[in-house]
Design a protein around this ligand. Sequence first.
Ligand code: C2O
Ligand code: CU
Ligand code: CU
Length: 497
Amino acid sequence: MIRRRFIRISSLGAAGVFFGGSLPMLTGCMKNHDSMEDMMMGEPVPVTEGSFTDALSFPGIQSNNASLVAQPTSGGLYNGNKLAGYGYQSNGILGPTLKFNSGESLSVNVQNNLPEATNIHWHGLAAPADMDGHPTALIQSGASFNYFFPVNQRASLYWYHPHPDKKTGEHVFKGLAGLMVVNDPEEAALNLPSGSDEILLVIQDKRIMADSINYSPTDSEIMTGYMGEFVFVNGVYAPFHTVSTKQYRVRMLNGSNARVYNLALSNGAAFSIIGSDGGLLPSSETVNSVLLGPGERVDLIVDFRNNTVNDEVFLISKTFDGGDVQGTQEFKIMKFVVTLQESDSFVLPSTLSFITFLNESAATKTRSFDISNPHGMGHGGHITGSGHNIGGKTFDATRIDEYITAGDIEVWTFDNSMGGEPHPMHLHGQPFQILDRTNGSGTIQPHEKGLKDTVNVMPKEIVRVIVPFGSLLGTFVFHCHNLEHEDDGMMLQYQMS
Ligand code: C2O
Ligand code: CU
Ligand code: CU
């Protein structure tokens, strides 16, 4: 009793500092919370499992020459009903999947028919600074812009989404996102399952109010990131998909604003990880689960050969140690129904790709970033900033935070050792490799053994990455891909010259 009272008083004092001492505002935002403690630490948003009766659908496919129209739409499917949200097409949330070959140029005209400014960032692609969707490079309402740049990158699953300062979370949550599949000869030579045997999944939690996707984070939801009760796949809530007794290539994006998933199969079956953010791993990794933070992708071979017709296997998220509000519940995401007995001769090659791993001795500079954002009681920390920050600094488009010399190899440390929540850290302009992880799982995860553009730094973890900076000059951002954290200012700029 006494301790609880002490905690409340302390949190109140701490909150006063944290929010700049504005008490009227604090009382205002307390109305939806049981106590000041809850306001500071947030609460889990439990997932409501659906009935898995709507069929999974797939966005249309376009090439490297595409036209996107950002617009209010009606289309996400929720228990058979259409939902109002945003999309890059008139008939649904999300946007078409852009498929093209490495070496081709991406040329995408974006018309903004939203009531406010937006833009597009090509997540994972090394786009020139003026094509990268910098948070201040906006397409005004009613205007259009042609993104054009060469893509010389490894085959992988990349994605595109808006990136306007302070508005990224809202635009993505309401439905603006799409996949990009880049192919190359190295990957094509493996003859991986393709056509209907290749399944692309965008996993996103949504919150719904009156048949609309609702984005209205409270202060506490800005702290934790905005999570929804309903998990959608490709814009469909709780879908099912039919498969036969074969191996499938299942490629997934965690396109959620804040929710981390510990993906597994309901029958406990193992699956193979063959790739991640930046393409194929050197060799496959057999696992029973994979922890995927917002912005991360994973490329899997899922094997239904041991199943029989009528089997139902769910893609689930298992519990995990994710701080106060994440990983507290196991829930089903989608259902695979085995409907056909078929033979399958595909053999996964033992060598998938060739990656030159960088040794830290190749680095000429190291930088360390405190991403702990300690706040509230129970996180064991003290308060350093006025919102989510990196090293005590919040985003300021007029300030360059790090100066980098083109061609340098650097080691960056993301230090969440005092932190109580996951921070998926994302770097624009350049894929990186992961050197090591201290605390938490203490290891490089199987899906991290390749090229990455986003690394999920869990509570208490310190992750070091090695970045071979290329030749793209100009100003780029790096940030937490928890989109509420990003919009709250957990984003800095580097300038390469
Ligand atoms: Cu996926 Cu800076 O973003
Ligand atoms: Cu927080
Ligand atoms: Cu974060």
